[in-house]
Design a protein. Structure first.
Length: 348
């Protein structure tokens, strides 16, 4: 009997030990992966153990405010870069002036730079997301609109997308809307046949409608460009380290997963036909010299998105309000101190 009680006590102790091990031996019940050894350190980065990443929170779904923190496609991608470099991440809102943030040493890298308007004062990576004014339809068989086809479009008022439609098809073809969301509602209701908007932001707005709206990009109204990462021109070590990781994320499908999370699909524009060429025109926004998007299409930052790249299909609800063409303000001065393991989790 004494031996039996001893065996049962030993078995109980073993089970208790296993339970503690499964709980991380901390009693927290959560598993925290061990941080990799840092691949870069000061002076290559400005802060030991942390990659400081600049974004523009006025440019959802690339970056915006949600649930009191900075979230978006760029935040998720930057978090994956930091993780691969063995670093924590700090997300900094640099507004519409990435050049100043890099020059002043406030950040190590800036995400969301439109290659078509990149400032020569910093280095830019190959693009990791496409951009450009796209023509959306309810299905891929809608056909490519032509000037003599009586095509009708919705686009946000005073945006570059609206200007491109008027320039190519005439004022009568355009139905201006207060927000990009309203433009896709008009498409859904059959009021118009097409919507003109930035490819990434348009997909985000359509995907964020109640119930989601399945749309197809049938053509472009300007030659596609791309969103890039910027690094100081004299920081060759960080250009290589972060640039190599970004290329790896594009090649191994990680960025595709992040795109699908926010947009419902991944985006490829290079094979689409281009109607006219609005890239050199003077329209709704004309872009700005700081390297931000020149398309004039922006979504409002009031989305309520879920965190983490692992939850595919979790999207923000954003209004889909386009930028009317001004240079814009810098937005909130939020700094997010998320860890590299929590993608998209930059906190204020």
């Amino acid at each position: 009997m004494i031996r039996r009680r001893f065996v049962m006590a030993a078995l109980g102790a073993a089970l208790a030990c296993m339970t503690l091990m499964l709980a991380g031996c901390s009693g927290s019940g959560s598993y925290q992966p061990e941080l990799k050894s840092a691949e870069v350190a000061p002076p290559v980065i400005g802060e030991e153990g942390t990659l400081r990443v600049g974004v523009n929170t006025e440019n959802p779904p690339l970056a915006g405010m949600g649930s009191g923190k900075i979230i978006g496609i760029d935040v998720d991608i930057a978090s994956a870069i930091a993780d691969q470099l063995g670093l924590k991440i700090s997300i900094v809102d640099v507004g519409s002036d990435p050049a100043a943030a890099i020059a002043d040493g406030k950040v190590d890298v800036v995400m969301g730079i439109d290659a078509a308007n990149a400032d020569s004062s910093y280095w830019v990576s190959p693009s990791y997301l496409p951009t450009g004014i796209a023509v959306f339809a309810l299905n891929a068989d809608a056909g490519i609109p032509t000037a003599d086809s009586d095509a009708t479009f919705a686009a946000q008022v005073s945006s570059k997308s609206a200007w491109a439609v008027s320039n190519e098809f005439g004022e009568s073809a355009l139905t201006p809307t207060d927000t990009l969301k309203d433009a896709f509602v008009a498409l859904r209701d059959g009021t118009v046949k097409y919507v003109a908007a930035d490819a990434i932001i348009g997909l985000y707005a359509a995907h964020g409608l109640d119930g989601g709206l399945d749309v197809s990009i049938v053509s472009m109204l300007m030659k596609p460009s791309g969103y890039c990462m910027a690094v100081a021109t004299d920081n060759a070590d960080l250009q290589k380290a972060a640039g190599d990781v970004l290329a790896s994320l594009a090649g191994n499908g990680t960025i595709d997963v992040i795109e699908r999370k926010w947009l419902g699909t991944s985006v490829a524009l290079d094979s689409l036909p281009v109607i006219g060429d609005s890239s050199s025109s003077e329209g709704g926004d004309g872009g700005d010299s700081s390297g931000n998007s020149s398309d004039g299409d922006g979504a409002t930052a009031d989305e309520d998105a879920s965190d983490g790249t692992g939850d595919e299909g979790d999207t923000g609800s954003g209004d889909g309000t386009e930028d009317t063409g001004d240079d814009g303000t810098s937005g909130a001065d939020g700094e997010g101190d998320g860890t590299s393991g929590d993608e998209g989790d930059g906190t204020e």
